[in-house]
Write a protein that binds this ligand. Structure first.
Ligand code: SF4
Ligand code: SF4
Length: 200
């Protein structure tokens, strides 16, 4: 009887591993599963996946699991895993790569709101080199409401907007919401970075 370990052909495994390794710039094959990364990941409990497990999925060629798990979308890029890794493997970069690959293939993410948040963040950063809350919240709301409409109809959209309005009011009370738009000085460099990432 075939076991899970034989589920993926050598060709499937090698192709996926090569693509993730090249695009993320990380040598995944150097991972010897010591789990030092897992011990410090702040989102591992919440996502049910630790960085070492994710790397194992990729090495085994399990494209579906690796592309569609919460660690990929909830990673906060704290780089704790990378600084602890004796082989200098940065899972945050692997997660970024998997997000991009999922987007290119139009895969539905496990948590659409996180995907909407990520998309709005990147777009806003590409415009100003930093996040301006008003623009960012507008971009996020358009995308998140669209997804809510598909899943739960108008009542879900209204609930989503009410929740965000409540959050906005709380942020204003704490002076965490800014209404102006500011741009960083090195915008040329930011544009070059986005262009280069886009070409890759
Ligand atoms: S710390 Fe590095 S070598 Fe150890 S399991 Fe994590 S990624 Fe692999
Ligand atoms: S960078 Fe991401 S995967 Fe690594 S420890 Fe932080 S949250 Fe976890």
């Amino acid at each position: 009887m075939a076991t899970d370990i034989l589920k993926f052909t050598q060709e499937q495994t090698a192709t996926f591993l090569k693509e993730v390794s090249e695009r993320s710039g990380q040598n995944l094959q150097a991972c010897y599963q010591c789990r030092r990364c897992a011990a410090g990941c702040p989102v591992a409990d919440d996502t049910g996946v630790t960085p070492d497990r994710l790397i194992r999925m990729i090495v085994m060629g399990d494209r579906d699991q690796a592309s569609n798990n919460l660690l990929v979308w909830k990673c906060v890029s704290c780089y704790t895993c990378g600084t602890r890794c004796p082989n200098n493997i940065h899972t945050a970069r692997i997660n970024e790569t998997l997000k991009q690959m999922a987007k290119e293939k139009s895969l539905q993410p496990l948590d659409v709101k996180i995907a909407a948040f990520h998309g709005a963040f990147m777009k806003s950063a590409s415009h100003f080199g930093r996040i301006n809350e008003m623009e960012f919240m507008g971009l996020y709301e358009i995308k998140a409401s669209g997804e809510e409409m598909k899943r739960g109809g108008l009542s879900a959209v209204i609930a989503e907007m009410m929740a965000q309005a409540k959050l906005g009011i709380e942020m204003m009370k704490r002076k965490r919401m800014h209404f102006g738009f500011s741009r960083i000085k090195g915008m040329d460099e930011i544009k070059r970075l986005f262009n280069r990432a886009g070409k890759k």
